[in-house]
Design a protein around this ligand. Structure first.
Ligand SMILES: Nc1ncnc2c1ncn2[C@@H]1O[C@H](COP(=O)(O)OP(=O)(O)OP(=O)(O)O)[C@@H](O)[C@H]1O
Length: 337
């Protein structure tokens, strides 16, 4: 378990002070995949780097499994850091060393004997699916393969925690998916707690159990990913979610409309039920679906439909009541002219 207790990080340069992290308290459970999302400058990197004291908090405590990292001497901290792996957006591999040597480096630093290093690196290459690239140099690898080496290196000393600093931001969407799948496998099979920072809601949606939204050094909203998707409170959270769920009705459709335009949000089981077709059979209205999408968030469906309903005003109102009682959000975008 990671406990961040009232952590503040203030950067001081010349006569200027910048607050990187502002009184953040947070508990991350062992075994979870925890995301921190925010725009550039929100303080995500600073917070993540406080977790292994790459940045030392100006005040507050970082407790990992009950041990306060800020109270350790340098040798104790070195030992504690072996159990906290980290991966980076730009990989930071040593270009003059092979894949094997890059991974072995982390084990040599922990004074492991040669035979153990050989065995462990081969195991790690197998875990990340790179056994055939053992003797390649970083320049001969794709971005996704470089990140796999980064992950193998981070796992070398059997960490309990893996910190991911925008680990997929330099990768294309399909490589991003494969790296996220690998991180999920590492979390589930090796039981490693993962803390990741990102500015992409897609990453949070695909992999995280819980997420914190950060702005100006503070956590402004926190919850399970499903809670945040279905019931966001803060404007910033809504804007991240809209990047995935939003569908703006094109102007020309709005102009042409003859009926009532509605947006319907279905959560959980209701997303899989035939509520719309039941409504169309029950009332004398016609429905034209303009947009429909079901996202699966933590394997729970969340559907969004935009429909135009035509018919007599009274029937439309009854149909809307029917939908409203059975779904989780009904928004009338525009009424009949
Ligand atoms: N070494 C530093 N010296 C001075 N100020 C810093 C330093 N590192 C970060 N900051 C400042 O702290 C604030 C938070 O930065 P941080 O890099 O943690 O944000 P971020 O959310 O990770 O953004 P990005 O994704 O752009 O890195 C910013 O105002 C930034 O300018």
């Amino acid at each position: 378990m990671i406990e961040i207790k009232d952590v503040t990080k203030i950067y001081t340069s010349k006569n200027r002070q910048v607050i990187g992290v502002d009184h953040v308290s947070l508990t991350i459970q062992a075994g979870e995949i925890f995301g921190v999302i925010g725009y550039s400058g929100a303080g995500k990197s600073t917070l993540l780097r406080c977790l292994n004291l790459l940045e030392r908090p100006t005040s507050g405590q970082i407790m990992i499994d009950g041990v306060d990292l800020t109270s350790l001497n340098s040798e104790q901290l070195r030992q504690a850091r072996l159990k906290i792996g980290m991966i980076f957006q730009h990989f930071y591999l040593v270009s003059s060393k092979t894949v094997f040597e890059n991974i072995a480096f982390a084990l040599k630093a922990a004074n492991k004997p040669k035979e153990e290093i050989e065995k462990r690196v081969n195991e790690l290459l197998d875990i990340v699916g790179l056994s055939d690239k053992r003797d390649a140099y970083p320049a001969q690898l794709s971005g996704g393969q470089k990140q796999r080496v980064g992950i193998a290196r981070a796992l070398a000393n059997d960490p309990n925690v893996l910190l991911c600093d925008e680990a997929t931001s330099a990768l294309d969407p399909s490589t991003t998916k494969s790296i996220l799948t690998l991180l999920k496998k590492i979390n589930r099979e090796l039981g490693i707690t993962i803390v990741l920072i990102t500015h992409e809601m897609e990453v949070v949606k695909d992999i995280c159990d819980r997420v914190a939204v950060m702005q100006n050094g503070k956590i402004i909203e926190l919850g399970t990913v499903y809670e945040l998707f279905t019931n966001p409170k803060e404007e910033l959270t809504k804007s991240f979610i809209n990047s995935i769920l939003q569908f703006e009705v094109p102007d020309h459709l709005l102009q042409k409309r003859t009926g009532t335009m509605v947006k319907i949000l279905f959560k959980g089981e209701s997303a899989e039920e035939a509520i719309v077709s039941d409504m169309l059979q029950t009332f004398k209205v016609k429905g034209n679906i303009l947009h429909g999408k079901i996202e699966y968030i933590q394997n729970i469906p969340l559907g969004v439909f935009i429909m135009e309903l035509t018919g007599e005003r009274k029937e439309i109102e009854r149909a809307l009541d029917y939908i409203s009682e059975r779904t989780n959000g009904l928004e009338v975008i525009a009424h009949a002219a």
